[in-house]
Design a protein around this ligand. Structure first.
Ligand code: 5GP
Length: 197
């Protein structure tokens, strides 16, 4: 019988895993999808970004983000330590370069969960990255999720909805769109795209 599992299929020496970028408007459920996926497949490595945003209740330094000051973020940028970075709704966010390259070099599946501007920058610097767009089932549903989260002030929600309109208009720039109707389904589809299952 032909060997089909990843453990027994020979891997050509130049088969480097592709970097996968998951993007989509704030509130669409990217973090929930990723958390669900990693519960079942902890071997998928998720980059932890640096941000100047303040932690939400329950968020921990080094887990959801590296929470840094403006000065610390300036230094990361000046030292070329970020693969990409962008300003989003009044805060800066960036992907630490070293860890991502190390993991890719080690042959591990690597996932970035970043905004549209970051996805575009990754496409420029790593053209073979796979760009996945997570779309809401509808605009009304996105508004409901973003408002219902209860973690942001009304003016912050307003800024994020403005950003969401721009992000939704850029869907065609991505290699694949997944519609977040059910977390389990999207998580499975993403794993399949990443060749993890
Ligand atoms: P939040 O404040 O809700 O955690 O994130 C706001 C937005 O920033 C989300 O769209 C999230 O995907 C994005 N984001 C998180 N980390 C990064 C990053 O390292 N780079 C970029 N460009 N965007 C990021």
């Amino acid at each position: 019988m032909a060997a089909t599992s990843r453990g027994t299929t020979p891997v050509p020496p130049d088969a480097r895993p592709r970097l996968t970028v998951l993007s989509g408007p704030s509130g669409v459920g990217k973090s929930t999808v990723v958390a669900h996926m990693r519960k079942e497949h902890p071997e998928v490595w998720l980059s932890v970004s640096a941000t100047t945003r303040k932690p939400r209740p329950g968020e921990k330094h080094g887990v959801q983000y590296f929470f840094v000051t403006d000065e610390e973020f300036d230094k990361l940028v000046a030292n070329g330590e970020l693969l990409e970075w962008a300003e989003f709704a009044g805060n800066r966010y960036g992907t630490p370069r070293g860890a991502v390259l190390d993991r890719l070099g080690a042959g591990e599946p690597v996932l970035l969960e970043i905004d549209l501007q970051g996805a575009r920058l990754v496409r420029e610097s790593m053209p073979d990255a796979r760009l996945v767009f997570l779309a809401p089932p509808s605009w009304e549903e996105l508004v409901r999720r973003l408002t219902g989260r209860g973690t942001e002030a009304p003016e912050v929600i307003e800024r994020r909805l403005d950003a969401a309109k721009i992000e939704l208009a850029a869907e065609s720039e991505f290699d694949t769109t997944l519609v977040n109707t059910a977390v389990e389904d999207v998580a499975r589809e993403l794993l399949a795209l990443m060749d993890v299952v």
